[in-house]
Design a protein around this ligand. Structure first.
Ligand SMILES: [Zn+2]
Length: 170
């Protein structure tokens, strides 16, 4: 079900269901005209590989899925460039400076209530730096496709399955 709102985010007045010019009935502020839309949540994740064909993962320190491993990543803020966000997440979570390259894949669909609706997964290569787990991570390490650790999140598993399938089919 689509999330909704009862009060205006801009002025605090109670919202009313009113016809919108899109043809839908939307929660609308009768005082200031603000209209509520539930926008999809978009996240970026980064598939960084090294010269030995291994992938960079971080072990989550906090719930959900604490202790499991995932690709470095995070939610995209409004107005933020996805590649810049991707590079910053890798730097914060792993200590490595990466060059973010092509879009590797897109994973759709939320698999838990705090999750993203769309995950943009970028390929990246290490430029410099030394591995050092960030505050949100217990550990960070490179793994070969045939020996991945326990993974968090369906988006992580789907992205890594697609990556491992390409690696192992060579
Ligand atoms: Zn208002």
């Amino acid at each position: 079900m689509e999330p909704t709102a009862r009060f205006c985010l801009r002025c605090g007045h109670p919202l009313e269901a009113r016809p919108h010019h899109s043809g839908e009935v939307r929660p609308t502020c009768p005082r200031c005209g603000w209209v509520f839309f539930a926008d999809p949540k978009v996240a970026v994740a980064v598939l960084t590989t090294d010269d030995r064909g291994r992938v960079l993962l971080v072990q989550r320190r906090f719930p959900p899925q604490a202790g499991r491993w995932t690709l470095p990543g995070g939610f995209l803020n409004p107005g933020e460039a996805p590649r810049a966000r991707a590079a910053r997440e890798v730097a914060e979570e792993t200590g490595l400076v990466v060059r973010v390259g092509a879009l590797f894949t897109v994973v759709e669909g939320r698999d838990h209530p705090q999750g993203a609706d769309v995950v943009l997964v970028y390929a990246a290569r290490v430029v410099r730096g030394a591995l050092r787990a960030g505050e949100d991570a217990c550990a960070t390490a490179f793994f070969p496709p045939e020996a991945l650790p326990p993974l968090a999140f369906r988006a992580t598993r789907q992205a890594l399955l697609r990556w491992a399938a390409r690696r192992l089919s060579r």
